[in-house]
Structure formats: structure tokens, C-alpha cells
Design a protein around this ligand. Structure first.
Ligand code: NAP
Length: 246
């Protein structure tokens, strides 16, 4: 991949939280960015106003819908002519102990976090293979590496993303496509806003840096994987977790 103004990225779940920080970072770095949203239409509109609207495309879509994912990639290519990067960021959690976990708690999380990444990835592989270049970054989680009580569904999806990353790196390396993963620790977004304050403060004590990481710090790790400074790196998972996994 070469640095330059023509690079085009797709960010899933880009209207808010970490996804929004990724979109803003990539626009700042000169990318054209298509981002998806599912329910946050107002946030998607405000993001288009905040960033350079000429280089932004907001697309509604649920990543658990394989047909919609394929259509999203077609729409991005129709608008920008190519796709150089995919960031599989969209995700949800439905925390509860396994003995209380409903089928929906399990499958909603797996369908969004893991199936969604699979659908989007499969859709970008043909254009990237034709170009013989591309970069895919999956947003996993510390929970995919380190057990957290109540997150079996989420952890399975996030560990699955790490395994997907490694397998894809082997499958796609010779096509010039790199696939990497970022595993954030605790980040202040809507996803963590509802956490029990006592549990949050306990978790903070276990972080060597004694603070949450920021969405911008996660976006910076993703920008590294998309840039030429990481041109020899594929199949890796980078923890952005204030040292929790050290
Ligand atoms: P967030 O603020 O809750 O945002 C979640 C994003 O995912 C939203 O943009 C949402 O879109 C999108 N989304 C959810 N379900 C979707 C679906 N079925 N189809 C399309 N988009 C969907 O969460 P966040 O903290 O920014 O998390 C972003 C990613 O980082 C997730 O994969 C999460 O697991 C991961 N992560 C977060 C933390 C943390 O501490 N926050 C830590 C580790 C990893 P709409 O709003 O449009 O519905």
C-alpha cells in the first residue's frame, strides 16, 4: 500500500465511540473514509459536519446482514473507485454469567462482533485481491485474551477475531493484503459508561498505567497498521491496554 490522497477506508460502527475516533484520525491522515452506522443516524450526520464531508461517506447497515455488507462495499467502490482498508470495529456486549445467558445474548454478540467482521472481510477481499493490496484491522478486546467474568459471549467473539486475523494473514499475504488486530483495554465510550463504578475502579487498579486508554490511542494503533511503517507486519494483535497484559 502506498501513502497518498487516493486511499479509501471502510470503518464499521464509525458514528460514535472508538469508531468515530478512527474515522476522524483517518480523515486527518488524508484517507477517504466510508463509515457504517446501524442506529446512530444523528451521530453519523454530525460526524459528516465535523470532518471533511467531501471525503466521507456514511452508510446505514447492520454488519450481521451479509447481503447488506456486500452492498456497502459495492457502494463504496461506486463512490470512491477502490477500497484499500477495512476496519472491523462494530461491536456490542451483553454481559451475564453463562448459566443465565440466553440464546439471543450469545448469538446477538457473535453475529455482530464475529459474523459481522467475516461478512465485511469477505466482501472486500475480491477488490483487494484484484488491486493486490489492502489492509484489514479487526478491533478485538483485552477480553479476547484475558478472562473477564460475565463476558463469555463477548470473549468468544473477540478471541474469534484474533484467530480470524491470523488465518486471514496466512491466506492473503501473497495477495499483498495485510490483516492485523488491535485489542483495547478499558476505553471510555458508551460501551463502558454503564459499568458498575466499583467494578470499574477495581479494573483501573489492575491497569499498570492506572487509567483507561483513549479512543484516540486506539485509533493511533490502527493508523499504524494501515500505514507504511507497518509494511512488514501481518497476523499480529497489538494490545492498547495501559499494560494490563504485560
Ligand atoms: P460503542 O460506543 O458502544 O459503539 C459501538 C459501535 O458499534 C456503534 O458505532 C454501533 O453503531 C456499532 N454497531 C453495533 N452493532 C452493530 C451492528 N449490528 N451493525 C453495525 N454497527 C453496529 O462501543 P465502542 O466502545 O466504541 O466499541 C467499538 C469497538 O471496540 C467494539 O468492537 C468493542 O467491542 C471494542 N472494544 C471496546 C472497548 C471499550 O472499553 N469501550 C474495549 C475493547 C474493545 P450504531 O450506534 O449506529 O448502532
Amino acid at each position: 500500500m502506498t501513502d497518498g490522497p487516493a486511499r479509501v477506508a471502510i470503518v464499521t460502527g464509525g458514528a460514535r465511540g472508538i469508531g468515530r475516533a478512527i474515522v476522524l484520525r483517518l480523515v486527518r491522515d488524508g484517507w477517504s473514509v466510508a463509515f457504517t452506522f446501524r442506529s446512530s443516524a444523528d451521530a453519523a450526520t454530525s460526524l459528516a459536519a465535523e470532518a471533511d464531508a467531501e471525503r466521507l461517506l456514511a452508510l446505514e447497515g447492520d454488519v450481521s446482514d451479509a447481503e447488506r455488507c456486500a452492498a456497502i462495499v459495492d457502494e463504496v467502490i461506486a463512490r470512491f473507485g477502490r477500497v484499500d482498508a477495512l476496519i472491523n470495529n462494530a461491536g456490542i456486549r451483553r454481559d451475564t454469567l453463562v448459566y443465565n445467558m440466553s440464546d439471543d445474548d450469545w448469538s446477538d454478540v457473535l453475529r455482530t462482533n464475529l459474523d459481522g467482521a467475516f461478512h465485511m472481510t469477505r466482501a472486500v477481499l475480491s477488490p483487494m485481491m484484484r488491486q493486490r493490496s489492502g489492509s484489514i484491522v479487526n478491533v478485538s478486546s483485552l477480553s479476547g485474551l484475558h478472562a473477564v467474568v460475565g463476558q463469555a459471549n463477548y470473549a468468544a467473539s473477540k478471541a474469534g477475531l484474533i484467530a480470524l486475523t491470523r488465518t486471514l494473514a496466512r491466506e492473503c499475504g501473497r495477495s499483498g493484503i495485510r490483516v492485523n488486530c488491535v485489542a483495547p483495554g478499558l476505553v471510555a465510550t458508551d460501551m463502558t459508561a454503564g459499568m458498575d463504578p466499583a467494578a470499574k475502579s477495581e479494573m483501573l487498579k489492575s491497569i499498570p498505567m492506572r487509567r483507561m486508554v483513549t479512543a484516540d490511542e486506539v485509533a493511533a494503533a490502527i493508523a499504524f497498521f494501515l500505514g507504511n511503517d507497518s509494511s512488514g507486519i501481518t497476523g499480529q494483535t497489538l494490545c492498547v491496554d495501559g499494560g494490563t497484559t504485560a
